[in-house]
Design a protein around this ligand. Structure first.
Ligand code: NAD
Length: 350
């Protein structure tokens, strides 16, 4: 790429868990201008942007990605040369009780954003087109469930089982179609479960931590044998940048977590970490309760990250044991953020 100007990257879902990590890390590690778009719904917290909001290289736009006129205005005013699309309804349980919001944001929002990006792309000159990228951030859940062996890779078939994963799978197809039909320079990544700071306590790890600290029951779906492949959110943000900068247009990349763990073992580990930090409330494992399994609950996910490692030299750097302990420490050290997250969660649709 001949043009050495700092990139201008539009990051949707910038106030969410992964988006806020991407913004903070990329402001620190690059000279890029970052334009964050977020609807600031129940899952998008201003508190998650506290450390970046005054950075002159960061601009926040509070917009719904499904609002075509607003997105067109942002593209024409900000002239980004890349889009990283993270905005989504992301909680599987909510997709079971209210799939409409998932269809609206994850499918309609994706189509609107792709089309706004395409209109913008068509205004660019040759250099601008050569620089432009649209990164679609997807999930291992689009591939459905695995048995005890094997891993998903880039050739795996889409076979989603929940409304959430079905909308993410549909979004992948839309992204592919905008590449094949219109030549938009799209790349797609598939990521496993992320963990780390600033994750809303409706997701497994922070939810268990909040409940355990309050002395409340720790609900374990089914027998807790479901296996997830865990990826630290900092590692994920590094992988996304590698794919954005050096990935091959039109390709898909699996971001392997590299640490498989059954849900029950994970909750036991969290309890042990809390026992060491809050011994007066030990043993926290006494709070564990087995509850009815989630409908359509996928038993195991795991991703083969060898393509990303071979082509772009990326592999996860954080070791699960120490990074999980750091994650617990982050939540214990940030009660104000947790209080803001719980206030936001109270506004979420039932
Ligand atoms: N967290 C994971 O483990 C994981 C794993 C694989 C893929 N992903 C994908 O990564 C992306 C980000 O996930 P996350 O965990 O940060 O989710 P999150 O729920 O924490 O954040 C999503 C963000 O998108 C915003 N948003 C929702 N609807 C919007 C809309 N219509 N317009 C603008 N903004 C909107 C929310 O306000 C929130 O800030 C999602 O696309 C998700 O599917 C997440």
């Amino acid at each position: 790429m001949s043009d050495n100007r700092p990139r201008r990257v539009l990051v949707t879902g910038c106030a969410g868990f992964i988006g806020s990590t991407v913004i903070a890390q990329w402001l620190r590690d690059t000279d890029w201008q970052l334009i964050g778009v977020d609807i600031l719904g129940y899952a998008g917290l201003r508190a998650s942007l506290a450390e970046v909001i005054d950075d002159p290289r960061f601009t926040l736009r509070v917009v719904d990605v499904a609002d075509g006129a607003a997105m067109a205005e942002i593209f024409s005013r900000q002239r980004p040369d890349a889009v990283v699309h993270l905005a989504a309804e992301s909680h599987v349980d909510r997709s079971l009780s209210g799939p409409a919001a998932f269809i609206q944001t994850n499918l309609v929002g994706m189509a609107v954003l792709l089309d706004a990006a395409r209109s913008h792309y068509e205004t660019l000159d040759g250099n601008g087109r050569a620089r432009f990228r649209f990164l679609n951030v997807s999930t291992d859940e689009v591939f459905g469930a695995l048995g005890p062996t094997g891993r998903f890779d880039e050739a795996s078939r889409h076979a989603p089982n929940s409304p959430y994963s079905a909308t993410k799978a549909g979004a992948d197809h839309l992204a592919r179609a905008w590449h094949r039909s219109y030549g938009l320079p799209v790349l797609t990544t598939y990521s496993p479960n992320n963990y780390g700071p600033r994750q809303l306590p409706e997701k497994l790890i922070p939810r268990m931590l909040v409940a355990a600290l309050a002395g409340e029951p720790l609900p374990i779906y089914g027998d807790g044998s479901q296996v997830r492949d865990w990826l630290h959110v900092d590692d994920h943000a590094v992988a996304l940048r590698a794919v954005l900068e050096r990935g091959r247009i039109g390709e898909t990349y699996c971001v392997g977590g590299g640490h498989e763990c059954a849900n029950l073992a994970l909750v036991q580990r969290l309890c042990a970490l809390l026992d060491a930090r809050r011994p007066e409330q030990a043993p926290h494992a006494r709070l564990m309760r087995f509850v009815a399994d989630r409908p359509g609950h996928d038993w195991r996910y795991a991703l083969d990250g060898s393509k990303l490692e071979a082509e772009l030299g990326w592999r996860a750097q954080r070791r699960f044991d120490s990074a999980l302990a750091d994650t617990v420490d982050w939540y214990l050290a940030n009660p104000d953020w947790l209080a803001a997250a719980q206030r936001a969660l109270a506004t979420a649709p039932a």
